[in-house]
Design a protein around this ligand. Structure first.
Ligand code: SF4
Length: 406
């Protein structure tokens, strides 16, 4: 069995990342669909070999935290037995596909996102040229229904529309409209065009939006031999729209995307067939009735779409992450109560500029630096700070004072 490979910021199950609390292993679950018995087995692995904490990532990946180096080989063996390991590190690294979670049950869906995501994953892994894609390069498959993925990070987007699938580039408003059976080939041509163009640029852009900004989308479509058409803009989804009881499912939110192994066991117990992991810090249980909600609330899940904790985000911060010099999540929990009726995410607390938890702009962003916090208004952690060097207490007092509009 391999020794742990620890590098970069995109961990996998075969390529873990070291953090302040041990190794992080990220499972890429196809379409986010996890059979309840597999969920039970993952919870068991997380408890026996890790610190029992899991994170649901921005693309729906499930991370096991706090795995000891000495247990890495045993964890790999168990994950392989569950069918959760890719053949090699290269295949795992490129298999970055997020999909709408309920296209089989949602009557507003225009197509089967799960089947298309599965086909896309197989095609990406089989294409050796695409192994050169940067680690964070990813795809999304949107079913065109109410659980859209416009807010989920993706470089090449596939979206079912009434008469086919629209394939588009991050950072551009146009698309190639094709029949579903042609969509994977078009997506791969666009990814190939990305690699072709960035190989001629020094330093090469690492994401599609950066390449679009540099060369224009026309150049990328032309390199792929494709001619795009304009598309009507679509609105994104969000965790609040899937939390609570619906005719198709019960949905629960995870505060900061964090899941404890015992909570995963409870989800597996309540599930009628499988769990749907979403890129929205939410897990959906298809076919489960509303009377499961009290037990889920008691287990610590967010069960009300209006819960203020859904309107804040924070990375693990210190001490879990070695790059953080400040605590993040308790601060974000306290600050969440300042806006009890917030619509959408207004606050992001990031332990450092890397902004693992969110790359979107927010009304208020607090960024850890050298043990203090910088304040960014209406921007991202990398944007210029309005004020710098706050203690957490001072930052909290400032926001509570009302001197800054939040
Ligand atoms: S953003 Fe947070 S989790 Fe990511 S590296 Fe920085 S401190 Fe760590």
């Amino acid at each position: 069995m391999n020794a742990p490979l620890v590098r970069g910021w995109c961990p996998g199950a075969r390529r873990p990342m070291r953090s302040g609390d041990g190794l992080i292993l990220r499972l890429r679950v196809t379409g986010g669909r996890l059979a309840s018995e597999t969920a039970r087995a993952i919870a068991d692995v997380a408890s026996r070999y890790g610190n029992g904490e899991l994170d649901l990532g921005r693309r729906g990946g499930l991370q096991l935290r706090g795995i000891r180096d000495s247990d890495f080989a045993a964890v790999e063996t168990e994950l392989a037995a569950l069918g959760l390991l890719d053949e090699d590190v290269g295949a795992e690294a490129v298999r970055n596909v997020a999909a709408s979670p309920l296209s089989d049950l949602d009557e507003t869906a225009e197509g089967d996102a799960f089947a298309l995501a599965k086909e896309l994953e197989a095609a990406i892994v089989a294409d050796n040229f695409l192994r050169a894609l940067p680690g964070k390069f990813g795809f999304s498959v949107d079913d065109g229904g109410r659980f859209g993925l416009t807010e989920v990070p993706a470089d090449v987007r596939l979206r079912f529309v009434r008469d086919g699938v629209a394939v588009s580039l991050d950072g551009d408003g146009r698309a190639i409209r094709v029949q579903p059976e042609e969509a994977v080939a078009v997506a791969l041509r666009l990814a190939g065009a990305f690699l072709d163009l960035v190989s001629r640029i020094d330093p090469p852009p690492r994401r599609m939006a950066a390449l679009v900004a540099q060369t224009g989308a026309e150049a990328i479509f032309a390199a792929a031999g494709l001619v795009p058409e304009s598309l009507a803009p679509v609105r994104g989804s969000g965790s609040a729209q899937m939390i609570g009881a619906f005719s198709t499912h019960v949905g629960v939110g995870l505060t900061f995307g964090r899941l404890i192994a015992d909570q995963l066991l409870i989800l597996a117990d309540i599930a009628s067939s499988d769990l749907r992991l979403t890129p929205f810090r939410a897990v959906l249980l298809p076919g489960v009735p509303a009377d499961a909600l009290p037990r889920l609330a008691e287990a610590g899940f967010v069960t009300r779409p209006s819960d203020p904790l859904l309107a804040v985000t924070a990375c693990p911060g210190a001490p879990a992450c070695g790059s953080a010099s400040v605590e993040t999540r308790e601060l974000a929990r306290r600050l969440a109560m300042l806006k009890p009726h917030a619509q959408g995410t207004w606050l992001h607390v990031s332990g450092c500029e890397k902004s693992c938890a969110s790359s979107a702009p927010h009304a208020v962003t607090l960024v850890g630096r050298d043990g203090g916090l910088d304040l960014v208004l209406d921007g991202r952690p990398t944007d210029p700070a309005r004020l710098t060097g706050f203690s957490p207490e001072a930052a909290e007092a400032l926001l509570r004072s009302g001197m800054i509009e939040i």
